[in-house]
Every structure is written in structure tokens, then in C-alpha cells.
Design a protein around this ligand. Structure first.
Ligand SMILES: [Zn+2]
Ligand SMILES: [Zn+2]
Length: 353
């Protein structure tokens, strides 16, 4: 079968590999849709951060090349020995995180901090291929009310679920989202679903501002126009926001989160900051703000994401889906489209292997 294999920096190749077979405790899936993640794009440009290159992953024993793709819906086609409660033909989504369940953090219920955490599409083969074999504990039923396309959003939505939980956002709070990429838009919808009175979105790309409005943003603002702190002050009776979600992963976006947030606010770092950032700690100190980070999701948070999609409380597809492409185009029509001149017109690209 064809698969997108990642060897390391400058090593993204679509090639033929043998169809995988499920071992004990594993399930074989036929992939329906797999979303292209911002992390795939970063890894393509800067080289993979977490791929086990040259040294086996301590938990999976796997070494690059590895099949990428971790945001997907699929159908169970074969069940390995010893697997219970999963039937052939079931519609499912996959939680890519593979905790060890043995370290201190796993035992304490903090699996996202697992010392040997592996991920499907990172340290185990993922879903940029027709078939994927995954550990059975990663497989969750996809509610009948959720389309295959929408199912591919469960994983990024789970990041939004954690971001809002980490923020301790109260019903009636006023929030801001900096950066309206897929994670920012899903975090925005999650904040609204949790009772935020208003969510103001800062985004430089016009198309993404329009998407934010369609999905329920209270206002959309271009941070390059005017003084964002004053603009948000006017919109909030001078108080600015209670919670600011930094979903762009840049220094200026974090500084903007500080500018638009008020006294006692919480700033949640959701975007991946890959470079050191200069930040005004006096502003943080003087207004007694809190910064929290939010990375990935816990197992229960992934289930919450699937449940919200099942209940129709969050509807990312088709609004956020900017293209659906075949596997052969995942590099040229997918990852490179998210880097090229048209990137600002894209949001989530789904691959249909
Ligand atoms: Zn992702
Ligand atoms: Zn662990």
C-alpha cells in the first residue's frame, strides 16, 4: 500500500510499504479521513522534533521511517488476538497518544505527562495510508451522528477541550483567541460551548477571520490594525478579557495575549512556541495574571471531544475543511499548500487515503 513515510529532516516520501497486520492487542483499521496537522507542516520545514531517528523509541521500539498522520476516522477491518469489545466494521476514531500506563504520571492519571509517551503518527505508524494498525486502547467508537469527515476533527478538538479546561474559564467570561488556525477555531468553539459570553478572535488572514465569524466569534480583529489593547478595551467596557488563548505559537501572539487580557486574567499557551520569547513579566505581575500551558489532552478529554461532536455541540466540518485531497497529493496539495502563497486561504485539509 502507499504511505507517507517520514525519515527525518527533508525526508518525507510517499512510497510502497507492506500492508500491516495486527498483533496481540492491536486493531487494523481502514482510514477514511486524516487531517493535516500544523505539526506535520512544522516537521516538514524544520525537521521532526519527536520522531525517533537513529534511536528506537523507548516504548514502541520503533525507529524512523514512520508513517505520519494522527487526526483520523476509520473503520475496523481486523481485530488482533486478545482484543475485546471492538468489532469488525465498527466506525471509530483514534486517540493518538499511547501512554505507558506504568510510570508515576500514568498511575496518577496524568498520562499526557507520561515519561515514555508515544504517539500514533510519531513513534508508531499513523494514518497517511489506506490501513493503520493501532493499539486497541487508542480506539474509540465514532457516534453514528458524526460523519467520517467530522470524526477527523476529534483529535484537534481534544486540544481545545484541554485548553479550555486548563483556563478554568467560568460561564459568562469574556475570552480572546489569538490565531484562528484549526486549533484556535476549535478552542473558540469550545470556549463558547462552555459558556463564554464573548470570544474575540485576532487573526491576520482575512479568510480565517471570516471562518471565525461563521463559527460564532463575537468579533474578529486584525492585530495589525490599531492598538489591540485599546480596541479590546472598547469592546469590553475597559476591562479587557478574562481568558486569552495563544493559539498561534509566536512571540508576538503571546505579547498580544498579554495586551488584550485584563486584571487577574489567565493566558493559556496552546500554540507551540519553538523559539525563546521575550515577555513583559511586569505586566503579568502587576495585574496578577496567570500563564498556563496546555499540551495535547488526557484520555478523558479526548472522550469529551468525541462526545461534543456526537451531541452536535461543535460542528467543525464542512466550515473548517478547505480541501479534501487523495493520499498521493498529501505533500504537494496538502503540506506545501499550507506553506505556499495560498496558505492563508486554507484551514483544515483532509486526506482521503
Ligand atoms: Zn494534530
Ligand atoms: Zn507513563
Amino acid at each position: 500500500m502507499r504511505a507517507l513515510r517520514v525519515y527525518g529532516k527533508d525526508g518525507f516520501r510517499i512510497e510502497d510499504i507492506p500492508e500491516p497486520q495486527p498483533g496481540p492487542g492491536e486493531v487494523k483499521l481502514e482510514v477514511h479521513f486524516c487531517g493535516i496537522c500544523g505539526s506535520d507542516v512544522h516537521d516538514y520545514v524544520e525537521g521532526p522534533r519527536l520522531l525517533p531517528v537513529g534511536r528506537p523509541h523507548p516504548q514502541t521500539g520503533r525507529i524512523a521511517p514512520i508513517t505520519y498522520g494522527h487526526e483520523f476516522s476509520a473503520e475496523v477491518v481486523e481485530v488482533g488476538p486478545g482484543v475485546q469489545g471492538i468489532q469488525t466494521g465498527a466506525r471509530v476514531v483514534v486517540r493518538p497518544t499511547m501512554p505507558c500506563y506504568r510510570c508515576r504520571y500514568c498511575i496518577e492519571g496524568r498520562a499526557i505527562q507520561c515519561t515514555q509517551l508515544a504517539a500514533v503518527g510519531g513513534a508508531a505508524d499513523g494514518a497517511y495510508a489506506r490501513f493503520a494498525v493501532v493499539r486497541a486502547d487508542c480506539v474509540l467508537p465514532l457516534p453514528a451522528s458524526v460523519s467520517w469527515e467530522t470524526g477527523a476533527y476529534a483529535e484537534p478538538l481534544a486540544c481545545g477541550v484541554r485548553a479550555v479546561r486548563r483556563s478554568r474559564l467560568e460561564p459568562g467570561a469574556v475570552a480572546a483567541v489569538i490565531g484562528a488556525g484549526p486549533i484556535g477555531l476549535l478552542t473558540m468553539q469550545m470556549a463558547l460551548a462552555c459558556g463564554a459570553r464573548e470570544v474575540h478572535v485576532f487573526e491576520t488572514a482575512r479568510v480565517r477571520r471570516e471562518l471565525a465569524l461563521k463559527l460564532g466569534a463575537s468579533s474578529v480583529l486584525d492585530p495589525r490594525e490599531g492598538d489591540p489593547g485599546r480596541v479590546i478595551g472598547k469592546l469590553t467596557g475597559g476591562q479587557r478579557v478574562d481568558v486569552a488563548f495563544e493559539c498561534a505559537g509566536t512571540g508576538p501572539a503571546l505579547q498580544l495575549a498579554d495586551q488584550v487580557s485584563g486584571r487577574g486574567a489567565t493566558i493559556v499557551q496552546v500554540g507551540v512556541q519553538r523559539e525563546p520569547v521575550t515577555f513583559d513579566f511586569f505586566s503579568l505581575f502587576f495585574r496578577e495574571k496567570t500563564i498556563v500551558t496546555s499540551q495535547g489532552y488526557s484520555n478523558p478529554e479526548f472522550e469529551i471531544a468525541v462526545g461534543l461532536l456526537g451531541a452536535g455541540r461543535i460542528k467543525p466540518h464542512p466550515v473548517m475543511t478547505s480541501a479534501i485531497i487523495p493520499l498521493e497529493e498529501v505533500i504537494t496539495g496538502g503540506i506545501e499548500a499550507l506553506l505556499g502563497p495560498q496558505r492563508e486561504s486554507h484551514c483544515k485539509i483532509l486526506v482521503a487515503p
